[in-house]
Design a protein. Structure first.
Length: 634
């Protein structure tokens, strides 16, 4: 896992010093090594200082720790170059097949395997890769750049393109160092952020910088200057596999064990994030079935016992005899919040980013690689919101005139934050009745509603009519008309929520501390298998049925297997109270960077949170993150 940058321009040349600035801004992603190559695309000559194509790389050494893993890397004839971030876990198998075709290898890296897989199979090589990745390949013979992102978007890839210059990076801040962006804020992205707590691809917070969506690749022809983006993978839930529950459970277990085991491949020590929840406990339980497998586990807890899961993690660690380490998180948001928020290259407001950052920081002093349980909820119907929203399937059958009428009425509802009583309840109901089941799914994600944003943006009617989800979500459902309701909700999460929210948090928190986080539940074989299982195998008598049954059969106590889902939830309301002066600065001061929002409405949110029992902590945290991020980046 590393950091990558690159730039090609038809109108100017760039020097290595500028690319070095880009790399220095993401040095945290790869503290072990760095490299830059400058290539003249007309002659294929490698230059000393300046050229029209430059690749840069920061390395976190995981496989083949020798200098043979140095990047950017080229084929022996120097006609194909790569800068790459990620891990291909089946690279040994692919390498052996390539050897049979006559290819030779000088290193033990997956990077070299990607190069020659591309040389042999072209763009189709990405369909062979089992892992996570973001890379750019330059092919001199084809005169093209080939950029790709893994299926579920574990690795980020941001880019700038103005018709003449194409620049890319793992993080936006590196692109800003290049000086090509005008840093104009995209307020439509801000609006989506306030509802979702992240900016969905392909947008970013800046108008002229984009994300390559998960499961997509991009081809840029250096001669024609044509940029094309193609989707090579998307979640498929049909046709359903005709199999008994018992057989499905057995194969699911075997696939998970394989996904876990190949993620233990490393030339440095590997650990496991252990929360004591179902997902991380399952990883530990299945790892423990391997002979002589010493497991290093790490947990984080809070002094507030209501939010502290360490007792459950301790029981799992004891049962499976792991080498267990715990950390207590007592964050000082006054001193640490700005650092944590600015680790993200655009606004991001999952409260668990705070404990995840501290956990990653502590764990990185012990190991370089950890396994985490991200993705299980999105594959196995683990969220309570699935059950709640599924009950709203009747929304799919409401007439359009009725939904439009309800949307129009939202403007006239008084501003009330408590969605459980009075006008707040009416507003929530009307908004729920203004779209179909997928349209209104965002109301379950604890961000701002359209009505709240209408008031927040000074009664801007656009906020009422804006589509929350990106075009990719609606395009998906236009070609997948027969999905069950539960599959429709999981599809939304796999297309956008998982790559841009869940996995983004793991990537940024880990890489900010030089830690690689690997996620077995999003292994392509696991995902493609589980998605096509009957929905009752995932959620019948209880959520995540098949995984809980696997865990129970591993000997884990019933009270752990069936305890209420906690998530990685911090005591946010208390943290907001402890950080009152910070809140007042970013929300209420005359110099606030949130001055494009309605000042009276901001004060109303702040005052209501103090004077009522209804907590607005998630909304306040979202605004706080936005204010901090804008102040530090604009």
């Amino acid at each position: 896992m590393c950091g990558i940058v690159g730039v090609f321009s038809n109108k100017t040349s760039f020097d290595k010093a500028k690319v070095r600035e880009m790399l220095n801004s993401i040095a945290h992603r790869g503290p072990d090594d760095s490299g830059i190559v400058a290539i003249d695309t007309n002659t294929n000559q490698v230059g000393e200082d300046r050229s029209n194509l430059l690749f840069g790389h920061r390395r976190l050494s995981i496989l083949d720790l020798s200098s043979l893993g140095h990047q950017p890397m080229a084929t022996k004839d120097k006609k194909i170059w790569i800068t790459y971030n990620g891990e291909i876990f089946n690279f040994i198998e692919i390498r052996e097949n390539l050897r049979k075709k006559g290819y030779g290898f000088t290193s033990n890296t997956d990077t070299e395997v990607i190069l020659y897989a591309y040389k042999e199979y072209g763009h189709d090589c990405i369909k062979m890769f089992r892992g996570f990745f973001a890379f750019c390949i330059y092919d001199f013979n084809k005169q093209e750049l080939f950029l790709a992102r893994d299926r579920l978007g574990s690795k980020p890839l941001k880019y700038f393109f103005d018709g003449q210059t194409l620049a890319f990076s793992s993080e936006i801040q590196a692109l800003l160092k290049l000086g090509v962006s005008d840093k104009e804020i995209d307020y439509q992205s801000v609006s989506q952020f306030l509802s979702l707590k992240y900016v969905p691809a392909p947008r970013t917070i800046f108008k002229d910088i984009k994300k390559l969506p998960a499961g997509n690749f991009m081809i840029f022809n250096l001669d024609s200057k044509k940029l094309t983006i193609e989707q090579y993978w998307q979640p498929e839930f049909e046709p359903k596999i005709d199999i008994s529950y018992s057989d499905a459970k057995y194969k699911t277990k075997e696939l998970l064990k394989d996904a876990i085991n190949i993620r233990m491949i490393s030339d440095v020590p590997v650990g496991v994030f252990l929360s004591g929840g179902i997902d991380s406990s399952a990883i530990v339980a299945l790892l423990a079935e391997q002979p002589s497998q010493q497991i290093n586990t790490f947990s984080v807890g809070f002094s507030n016992s209501k939010f502290d899961e360490r007792p459950y993690a301790q029981r799992i660690a004891k049962k499976f005899n792991t080498n267990h380490t715990e950390f207590l998180v007592e964050p000082n948001l006054k001193s640490d919040l700005e650092k944590i928020v600015t680790n993200y290259d655009e606004p991001f407001a999952d409260p668990s980013m705070i404990p995840t950052y501290y956990l990653s920081k502590e764990v990185s002093s012990h190991v370089k690689v950890v396994l985490g349980g991200d993705g299980a909820d999105e594959m196995l119907s683990g969220y309570k919101r699935y059950a709640i929203q599924r009950r709203n399937s009747f929304l799919n059958y409401l007439p359009n005139w009725y939904k439009s009428s309800n949307k129009s009425l939202l403007k006239y509802i008084p501003s009330v934050f408590d969605k459980n009583t009075g006008w707040g309840k009416v507003s929530r109901l009307l908004e729920s009745l203004s779209g179909d089941m997928v349209d209104t799914y965002y109301l379950r994600l604890s961000g701002f509603s359209k009505k709240q944003k209408y008031d927040l943006f000074g009664q801007d009617a656009y906020q009422i009519n804006q589509e929350i989800w990106g075009k990719d979500v609606y395009d998906y459902f236009s070609t997948h008309l027969n999905l069950s309701n539960i599959d429709r909700l999981m599809a939304v999460d796999q297309i956008t929520h998982l790559p841009e929210y869940i996995l983004a948090k793991s990537d940024i928190s880990g890489m900010a501390n030089g830690l690689e986080v690997r996620t077995p539940f999003i292994d392509v074989k696991v995902v493609e298998w589980i998605n096509k299982l009957d929905s009752s195998f995932k959620n019948k008598d209880y959520s995540k049925r098949i995984l809980k049954d696997i865990l129970r059969e591993s000997g884990v106590d019933q009270d752990i297997v069936h305890r209420k889902k906690a998530g990685f939830t911090p005591p946010l309301r208390q943290w907001m109270k402890d950080s009152d002066s910070v809140l007042q600065h970013y929300l209420l001061s005359k110099d606030s960077t949130l001055n494009f929002l309605d000042a009276n409405y901001l004060r109303q949110i702040y005052n209501d949170n103090l004077s009522t029992d209804y907590s607005m902590s998630n909304n306040l945290f979202t605004l706080l993150v936005l204010g901090v991020w804008l102040e530090k980046n604009i």
